[in-house]
Design a protein around this ligand. Structure first.
Ligand code: FA5
Length: 359
């Protein structure tokens, strides 16, 4: 019979010397596998007498347990050694710069949007909103532009499909219907700014079919043109970030205001691609305005003998073009990433009058 001590010494010696896990597995199969030396030894117990089994049983089983334990121990040693070797070889250089990722930025139109609402918010105006798809009545009729009025031709309108009752919605051509919505909903004093998307059948370097306007509306007792002029002056100083501005008023015509005034801002465009405000001999168009036509007040349920008001409407994209030197309005809406990286604003720089509007 195999000398148990010799067998134990040989197997344990081989286990200890196993250079890697593959060699260890070969030793395990040779000793403990189905036809392994220890397994064969254990099989002989069946043909032994009870006395022989009493002696050999514990010996063979003890050998199997010792070898099993030695293999497990060696396996852990080899595993640890392999892991240490890998950790020693694999190095992460934490000083490498991170891979450059594209940075998101605030679109210049959103920036100007925020600048305008920040300035007017600090002047005490509440933000009001209206839908892009508007009633013809609010966009035109209640603004004193009845059907077939020639003023409807001033704004080329996108019409939606006719409803079953014959009525027709439109894409609002200006933010002025928010005036109507506000007056119908709220009694004076009213002081709102209504920024938003507007639509006209129009497209060239300074006209976009979808563009953005903002509307100012102030209604109370005793409101006059002086309030309108002061508001526009203060707005321009804050928006263009200058201490002084000079405004020029030109008579104009809007069916919903009487009198109607367009405002120009003195500027200097002598140096190409540069514009300076508050000086020079050029004039920059700011937008339309006027005192609310008494007929509009009446149609919106307010008594014109008690209340007066002013309104102003300007183009947000146009102001952005002027302030940030964008030559073509269409580039705002082309989603060109290189353009957006150049003209975009840092995402966390919120405009504020104290901290600065644009940095
Ligand atoms: C109006 O839309 C009037 N609702 C403004 C108003 C409000 C007058 C309150 C009186 C009282 P106008 O059509 O001029 O007015 O447009 C106002 C501004 O919108 C323009 O000065 C211009 O800056 C901008 N704008 C007009 N059409 C376009 C367009 N297609 N693309 C970009 N900006 C435009």
């Amino acid at each position: 019979m195999t000398n148990i001590n010799t067998l134990e010494r040989d197997i344990l010696g081989a286990v200890k010397a196993a250079p890697d896990e593959a060699a260890l597995e070969t030793i395990r199969v040779a000793a403990l596998g189905k036809k392994g030396t220890i397994s064969e030894l254990l099989k002989t117990l069946g043909s032994m007498s009870a006395d022989e089994r009493k002696i050999n049983g514990p010996l063979f089983n003890g050998l199997r347990d010792k070898v099993t334990f030695a293999i497990a121990t060696r396996k852990t040693e080899l595993g640890d050694a392999a892991l240490n070797a890998r950790l020693g070889n694999e190095k992460i250089d934490v000083t490498l710069p991170p891979r450059p990722e594209p940075h998101g930025s605030i679109h210049p139109v959103s920036q100007v949007f925020d600048e305008i609402t920040t300035i007017l918010g600090e002047l005490g105006f509440a933000i009001a909103e209206g839908p892009d798809v508007e009633f013809d009545d609010y966009n035109f009729t209640k603004l004193n532009i009845p059907p077939d009025h020639p003023a409807r031709q001033m704004q080329d309108t996108f019409y939606l499909a006719k409803q079953a009752d014959g009525s027709q919605h439109i894409l609002r051509t200006h933010t002025s219907p928010v005036q109507v919505r506000t007056m119908l909903r709220q009694k004076p004093p009213i002081r709102i700014v209504a920024p938003g998307r507007t639509y006209r059948v129009d497209s060239d370097a300074t006209h976009s079919p979808m563009f953005h306007q903002f509307e100012l509306l102030v209604i109370d007792e005793g409101i006059h043109l002086g309030h309108l002029k002061w508001t526009i002056e203060e707005f321009c100083k804050a928006f263009f970030e200058v201490d002084e501005v000079e405004l020029r008023a030109r008579p104009s015509f809007f069916p919903f205001t009487e009198p109607s005034v367009e405002w120009d801002l003195r500027c200097d465009r002598a140096v190409p691609n540069q514009i300076k405000f508050g000086q020079g001999n050029d004039w920059l168009e700011l937008g339309g305005s006027g005192m609310i036509n008494p007929r509009v007040l009446e149609m919106c349920g307010l008594d014109p003998d008690v209340y007066q008001g002013f309104a102003f409407g300007g183009g947000i994209d146009r102001l952005g073009m002027l302030k940030y030197g964008v030559p073509d309005i269409r580039s705002f809406f082309e989603s060109d990433l290189r353009w957006l990286r150049h003209y975009g604003f840092a995402a966390l720089d919120m405009p504020s009058l104290d901290g600065g509007l644009s940095r």
